[in-house]
Design a protein around this ligand. Structure first.
Ligand code: AGP
Length: 355
């Protein structure tokens, strides 16, 4: 088992470090920069008039992000928790239904996809495992090519899901930004590597390992990142953590914010979204909560932050991957300081095959 970890203390840390390679594999042969086009193979006519994503846990956060990509291309798109999809089926019309599932074996997701197919929808599995049940049962499969992931907590597969879902959006919709997005995806593996090499997440983790709760906030693409940051923290540290749309904190949870509850806040750029998030950060700072800014340094969030986890400047879509890597490292190191069973957290299974 030690050999399998290639000298890392845990599979999760190894898999965090494998992300540059995983992202390269995800993109390899699929992107043509010159023509700003994407080729994800013969998936039939996948230019949907509507698209629904079904997924669980980390994969749901990737699905939520994917729905944002399609919405911004003018395509009606929604992400559903797979376990709720079958119990309150949404209208399908001629929507494409996409199951996002690392393992391809998650019972809730398979059940939602079966429900969609039963109601006449075309289905696509976005998965890591070739020949998995989702890949076999769906009309089409798009592989994220992350390689095997042993740690129960998903890390590299989330990044590769975001990469593959960007390819799906680029291949099936029109975007004036296609060239910029493709360039940002090309730069991503190198940027993830630099970020991992220079990250201050370990110091942040050491500082806040005794915190009571952790909150994560972000707007737009940083909202799914906030949800994922909180899930990772909960899963491997066994501490309470919650992620929110940045504007939502003041609608209730602000009552829980104290000097014992660090708030991880992510901003990208210096536009309206970042400015509003900085406004939300001022609200938590006024309640004496420690603020950890995850930022590309363009907004003035650092003025209100106790710690900064830096991400390089890039397109906001790629920034989501980078910000998440900082949060993975913060969760990993916190769990490590607390001596948790990081690769096999209590009560959890890598693949959940019951509904
Ligand atoms: C993530 O860290 C968890 N292990 C969990 O939320 C997982 O993403 C979920 O169970 C879905 O699994 P899947 O991607 O294999 O369908």
């Amino acid at each position: 088992e030690e050999t399998g970890k290639s000298g890392y203390d845990h599979y999760m840390l190894k898999e965090i470090h494998e992300q540059p390679r995983a992202l390269r594999q995800c993109l390899r042969g699929r992107v043509d920069e010159l023509s700003a086009s994407v080729d994800i193979g013969d998936l039939g006519d996948l230019s949907p008039t509507g698209i629904q994503f079904v997924a669980c846990g980390t994969s749901y956060h990737a699905a939520f992000y994917a729905a944002q990509l399609f919405q911004s291309a003018g395509i009606p798109a929604q992400a559903f928790l797979a376990s709720e999809y079958a119990t309150s089926p949404p209208p399908i019309g001629d929507a494409l239904v996409v199951g996002v599932t690392q393992s391809g074996e998650t019972a809730d997701t398979l059940s939602a996809l079966r429900e969609a197919r039963h109601r006449g929808a075309r289905t696509l599995a976005v998965t890591n495992v070739v020949g998995s049940t989702a890949a076999r049962e769906c009309d089409h499969a798009l592989y994220i090519r992350a390689g095997p992931e042993i740690g129960v907590a998903a890390s590299k597969t989330f990044s590769s899901q975001l990469g593959a879902l960007n390819l799906l959006a680029l291949a099936t919709t029109r975007s004036d930004e296609a060239r910029d997005i493709i360039a940002a995806l090309r730069d991503l593996p190198g940027q993830v590597q630099e970020l991992i090499d220079d990250s201050d997440a370990k110091e942040v983790a050491e500082h806040y390992q005794d915190a009571k709760s952790y909150f994560f906030i972000g707007r737009g693409h940083m909202h799914p990142v906030a949800l994922e940051g909180a899930l990772k923290m909960k899963e491997i540290t066994y501490k309470h953590a919650e992620g929110f749309a940045a504007g939502e904190l003041k609608h209730g949870t602000l009552a829980l914010v104290t000097e014992d509850t660090p708030v991880f806040a992510t901003t990208v750029g210096d536009g309206e979204q970042a400015t509003k998030t900085v406004g939300n950060v001022k609200e938590v700072e006024a309640r004496d909560a420690p603020v950890v800014a995850v930022t590309d340094g363009q907004s003035d969030i650092e003025r209100y932050a106790d710690h900064v986890l830096t991400i390089p400047e890039t397109h906001p879509r790629a920034a989501a991957v980078l910000a998440n890597v900082q949060l993975q490292l913060a969760a990993y190191h916190t769990a490590n300081f607390l001596g948790r069973s990081i690769d096999k957290p209590r009560n959890l299974a890598k693949s959940v095959t019951v509904e």
